[in-house]
Design a protein around this ligand. Structure first.
Ligand SMILES: Nc1ncnc2c1ncn2[C@@H]1O[C@H](COP(=O)(O)OP(=O)(O)OP(=O)(O)O)[C@@H](O)[C@H]1O
Length: 228
């Protein structure tokens, strides 16, 4: 589903690469944690999957397409197949939960009747039934992250990318969010999650890919966080 072949990414004006000759493959339906100290290249890895940047060298294949050869007009189609969740939720303020989730369907041209059916189904899936008319600012952090996950998943993407999704949440709330991501993964969605949350990684025992100074230094099935 995601394949990096000798991928190096050096940002403009930098001498040191943010990612250095990374080769890795994440299969359809897998759940992979991306760990590493601050600045090790995790966000760069995720942004390359979304084709926010092209690699400086190497090749990236996502959902059967070679991103280095992909025409720019195809990028929105690629991103429709990838849901994204971030530490800071990134919900639209002043829009209700229903509107936040519906927005993801409106931009891809789904009809109102489809939206009226799918939005409540997805809110129920993430445990927010009955909260569709609330505003994000009226919800707890954990609930806001559930809205963000509903919005990321409402279009049933092939891949879900999560960058520190539990970074702003307390441990108990984080466990709830991880159960939800696990459930989404079991519905055959490939999940790649960058995290600094050692407890979560140690509890979940999923694949762990570790970056250090832009290099892939560990790739472990049923892995642990593994460093301080
Ligand atoms: N837009 C950019 N321009 C220049 N350098 C960048 C840019 N984005 C990231 N970098 C650099 O690339 C390296 C990797 O950064 P990246 O954000 O991928 O790390 P990270 O592992 O996600 O860190 P964190 O855990 O703090 O989010 C760092 O040295 C960073 O300073």
């Amino acid at each position: 589903m995601i394949r990096f072949e000798n991928v190096t990414k050096t940002y403009d004006g930098q001498s040191k690469p943010a990612l250095n000759n990374v080769t890795v493959e994440i299969a359809k339906g897998e759940f992979a944690f991306l760990v590493g100290t601050s600045g090790s290249g995790k966000s760069t890895f995720l942004r390359l999957i979304l084709r926010e940047y092209l690699p400086t060298s190497g090749h990236i294949h996502v959902a059967g397409q070679d991103l280095t050869r992909m025409h720019g007009w195809k990028v929105p189609g690629l991103r429709r197949r990838i849901g994204t969740v971030f530490q800071d939720f990134r919900l639209l303020p002043g829009k209700t939960v229903n509107e936040n989730v519906a927005f993801a369907l409106q931009v891809i041209g789904k009809s109102n009747s489809v939206i009226r059916k799918i939005v409540p189904e997805t809110l129920e899936l993430v445990g927010l039934e009955g909260k569709g008319d609330r505003l994000p600012e009226e919800l707890s952090g954990g609930e806001q992250q559930r809205v963000a996950i509903a919005r990321a998943f409402v279009n049933r993407p092939a891949i879900l990318i999560a960058d520190e999704p539990t970074g702003n949440l307390d441990p108990a709330t984080s466990v709830g969010i991880m159960k939800l991501l696990d459930r989404i993964n079991r519905s055959d969605t490939t999940v790649v999650m960058a995290t600094h949350d050692a407890n979560i990684v140690d509890q979940m025992r999923k694949r762990v890919i570790e970056l250090s100074n832009g290099e892939l230094v560990r790739d472990q099935t049923k892995g642990v966080y593994g460093y301080q």
